[in-house]
Design a protein around this ligand. Structure first.
Ligand SMILES: NC(=O)c1ccc[n+]([C@@H]2O[C@H](COP(=O)([O-])OP(=O)(O)OC[C@H]3O[C@@H](n4cnc5c(N)ncnc54)[C@H](O)[C@@H]3O)[C@@H](O)[C@H]2O)c1
Length: 299
C-alpha cells in the first residue's frame, strides 16, 4: 500500500493562529501522516491562540482520526516581516503584544529551533501567511507603503525563510507556500498589492526551487488554493461570494475544504513527491481551468 508516511519528520507551519485557515488544516494533515509539527504564530495573536488551545476551545478541530487531540511541538512567536530585532521599529518592539514574547524575528526563530532541536531540527517548512493592509483598495488606489507591506509580508518572507531555514534542514527537506489565482488572473476585490505579492511568490517558488535545490537539496513548491472563509480572507470583504462563485462554476461542484488543501500539502511535503519542485499545484476544484462562468444553456 502506498501511504504518506511522515514519521520521524519535524515540520514548521508558519501562519497558524486559529483553526479556520489553511495553516491549521495543513498542520493537522501533517500530524495525521505521522509528523511532529511546530507552528509560527504572529505575536499579536500568539497569546490568544495559546489561550484558545489551553481552554479547549479548538478541541473539535484538534480531534484526529484515531480519537486523540492534535498537539503542537512548539508555538513560536514569529513576525515574518522582520529578519532581526535590530530592524524592528521601537513602537513595535515596545508594543504590549510584542514586548514579552521574546525574539519574534526570523533570526529569533532560527535560534529557538536550534535550541529545541539541534543543528538540523527541520524537515518541512510551510509558509501559510499573508497580510495586505490595503487589501480592500483597488491596486490603482494602493499607496506605495501599502503595496510594499503586502509584498514584504506575503512574498519576501518566503525568500527570507528559505534563506535562513534551508540550512537547518536535512537533504530531502520540503518548503511549501500558499498562493491564490489572483497572482495569475484578475480577481476584483483582491487589492492592495496582494495580487502582485502572489505573482512574486509564485515566481520566487521557481527560482528558490533551483537555487535552494542545488545548494541544500531541498524542494520548494506552492499550492494555489481556492477561496476559503479564513480569518485573513474575511478582510477581503467579499470572501463568502467568492467561495460561492467557485462552487457554482468550478468543474467539481462541491465546496473546497481546507482539509483537501491539507492532504495535498502532506503529499507535496512527503518523499512521495520527491520529483516535484518549483511547481504551482492548483487545489481549487479545477476552477482555474475555466474560461467563462458555467451557463446551463450551453452544457
Ligand atoms: N483563504 C483563502 O481564500 C486563500 C486562498 C488562497 C491562498 N490563501 C493563502 O493561504 C495562506 C493562509 O491564509 P488563510 O487564508 O488560511 O488565513 P489565516 O488567517 O489562517 O492565515 C494567515 C496567517 O498569517 C498570519 N500573519 C499575518 N501577518 C503576519 C506576519 N507579519 N508574520 C507572521 N504571520 C503573519 C496571521 O496571523 C494568520 O495566522 C495565505 O498565504 C493566504 O494568502 C488563502
Amino acid at each position: 500500500m502506498l501511504m504518506i508516511d511522515l514519521k520521524g519528520k519535524h515540520a514548521l507551519v508558519a501562519g497558524v493562529a486559529d483553526d479556520k485557515g489553511y495553516g491549521f488544516a495543513i498542520a493537522k494533515a501533517l500530524i495525521e501522516a505521522g509528523a511532529r509539527v511546530s507552528v509560527g504564530t504572529w505575536p499579536p495573536t500568539w497569546n490568544i491562540f495559546k489561550m484558545l488551545l489551553s481552554r479547549g476551545k479548538l478541541d473539535d478541530s484538534r480531534r484526529l482520526s484515531d480519537g486523540t487531540l492534535l498537539t503542537f511541538e512548539n508555538i513560536y512567536p514569529l513576525d515574518a516581516a522582520f529578519d532581526t530585532l535590530e530592524e524592528v521599529p521601537e513602537e513595535i518592539r515596545t508594543n504590549k503584544r510584542y514586548k514579552d514574547v521574546g525574539d519574534f524575528t526570523l533570526e529569533g526563530l532560527v535560534h529557538n529551533l536550534k535550541k529545541d532541536g539541534g543543528e538540523k531540527p527541520l524537515d518541512i517548512v510551510v509558509h501559510s501567511l499573508a497580510n495586505g493592509p490595503e487589501v480592500q483598495n483597488p491596486l490603482l488606489e494602493t499607496s506605495r507603503s501599502g503595496y510594499l507591506a503586502a509584498v514584504n509580508v506575503s512574498a519576501y518572507s518566503l525568500v527570507a525563510m528559505v534563506h535562513r531555514l534551508a540550512p537547518l534542514m536535512a537533504p530531502g527537506g520540503a518548503f511549501l507556500a500558499l498562493s491564490y489565482l489572483a497572482g495569475q488572473r484578475v480577481i476584483p476585490g483582491y487589492g492592495g498589492g496582494m495580487s502582485s505579492a502572489k505573482a512574486a511568490l509564485e515566481s520566487d517558488v521557481r527560482v528558490l526551487a533551483h537555487e535552494a535545490g542545488r545548494r541544500h537539496q531541498v524542494r520548494v513548491n506552492c499550492i494555489s488554493a481556492g477561496p476559503l472563509a479564513s480569518r485573513a480572507a474575511s478582510a477581503i470583504g467579499a470572501i463568502d461570494r467568492m467561495v460561492e462563485y467557485v462552487a457554482q462554476n468550478a468543474p467539481l461542484g462541491d465546496k473546497l475544504t481546507a482539509a483537501e488543501v491539507g492532504q495535498t500539502a502532506a503529499f507535496l511535503c512527503s518523499p512521495l513527491a520527491s520529483g516535484i519542485t518549483g511547481s504551482v499545484v492548483y487545489v481549487d476544484k479545477g476552477y482555474h481551468a475555466m474560461g467563462m462562468p458555467r451557463d446551463q444553456s450551453l452544457l
